[in-house]
Ligand binder design. Structure first.
Ligand code: RNT
Ligand code: ZN
Length: 408
């Protein structure tokens, strides 16, 4: 027996004493998909225009060496990162990462035929795909308004992009036999003091109604709408706010909310919001990220909020209703390491949540035993979860706790 297995046996017994079956945990952990975003590898540049400057209120800071200079290099780095991530994985694509067949094709004309290469890749790697229309970094978004634009030509251009994006999502879902989440985020907003806050929201509502008009099989595609409080250049007003989209999805059955951990006031937590959606029967999409003072998109850490998000999902048995995705882009460190590290941390947090005796904790809370609730929760924090993690990596054939040795 290897030392990893021996250690695992010790941990297994310790968790069993707390009523937790680690073998079962590892099964669920392996099967639960985490959607890894494709854009940390190249600072969200994509293949449409290597010279393009990020716009829409988002930015990647840093100039660490190793940014891919070609599609080949990008694919090589992506492969390397994915090989370091254990468990069921989906890859979240953005429209600007379309195949070479999409060269010169306008965004409002991008369709499934421009993503065949990615479907082949996903089949080969046994991963799923999620999709994001790219409503930014484009001449048609320069005014700062897309789906809320008062220029009907611009607005219709982006509506078409949204509609075609859902077709791409449904194509992914059908081909891969796993639902695709098509996530719509727009950077529209005003930098300064805004008078008419209803007008842009009415336009956004109408644009979304047009985009989502065609019914699609939920087996293949689910649309999510991602809210935001503010961005660079939209500090004062963002039409696509949390309240806006929450009301939108409650009145429109065919789409769900996406909450990004960096899109709220700094003291607000996504983990505290999840249960309010579940109680109304809504599914959710998440962008697990790490805001540092603002929507900074630092690499996901094994921090309290990431753990709390996963606890919320596991405690209510909502792994099938909350879709876990990642969103961060830090250009100041090695991008392969960043991609792998954040994904590993998200999954490690998920594992820790699964290793919690949640049924007992819920029971004793309902019984009013608040003393035991606190004491047991605290004891669980020093249980040997790292030994279970090492076993998981070993079973998944990915490097364990020394995986970063080859990167400086
Ligand atoms: C921006 C949103 C959005 C993007 C990605 C690239 O604030 O978080 O999800 O980060 O679409
Ligand atoms: Zn996001």
């Amino acid at each position: 027996m290897s030392s990893i297995e021996q250690n695992y046996q010790i941990a297994k017994e310790m968790y069993a004493e707390k009523g937790v079956n680690t073998d079962q945990v590892l099964k669920i952990l392996k099967a639960t998909p985490i959607s890894v975003h494709c854009w940390q590898i190249d600072d969200l540049t994509g293949f449409e225009n290597p010279e393009a400057v990020l716009s829409g209120g988002i930015a990647a800071f840093g100039n660490a060496p190793g940014k891919p200079r070609s599609r080949e290099e990008y694919m090589k780095n992506l492969d390397e990162a994915l090989n370091l991530i254990p468990g069921a994985t989906k890859l979240a694509l953005h429209a600007v990462y379309r195949d070479e067949t999409g060269n010169g094709v306008e965004r409002n004309a991008l369709g499934p035929e421009h993503f065949k290469g990615w479907v082949d890749y996903a089949k080969e790697k046994h991963i799923g795909l999620d999709y994001n229309p790219t409503y930014f970094s484009h001449p048609m978004s320069e005014s700062g308004f897309t789906l809320c634009s008062r220029d009907e030509g611009i607005r219709q251009y982006w509506i078409e992009h949204g509609k075609k994006s859902r077709e791409i999502g449904a194509y992914f879902g059908k081909e891969l036999g796993q639902v695709c989440i098509t996530n719509h985020w727009i950077g529209d907003g005003y930098k300064d003091h805004t008078i008419d806050k209803v007008g842009p929201r009415a336009l956004l509502k109408d644009s979304l109604d047009q985009i989502f008009a065609a019914p699609l099989d939920r087996k293949y595609n689910i649309d999510s709408v991602e809210s935001k409080l503010f961005g660079l250049g939209s500090e004062s007003y963002v039409p696509g706010s949390h309240e806006f989209y929450t009301n939108y999805v409650l009145t429109h059955d065919n789409c769900i909310v996406c909450m990004d951990a960096g899109h709220f006031h700094p003291t607000e937590q996504v983990s505290a919001k999840i249960s309010s959606y579940l109680v109304f029967g809504k599914e959710l999409m998440l962008h697990v990220s790490r805001p540092v003072r603002w929507d900074s998109d630092h690499v996901v850490m094994l921090d309290d909020e990431t753990k709390a998000i996963m606890q919320e999902i596991v405690r209510y048995d909502a792994l099938d209703r909350v879709h876990i995705g990642l969103d961060y882009f830090d250009a100041s460190i090695n991008r392969i390491v960043a991609t792998a590290l954040g994904a590993r941390n998200a999954r490690k947090a998920l594992m820790m949540a699964l290793l919690e005796p949640s049924e007992e904790l819920i029971r004793i809370e309902r019984e009013g035993n608040l003393t035991r609730r606190l004491a047991l929760s605290e004891e669980m924090k020093s249980m040997p979860f790292g030994l279970v993690w090492d076993m998981f990596c070993e079973m998944e054939g990915v490097a364990g706790n020394n995986w970063m040795n080859k990167y400086n």
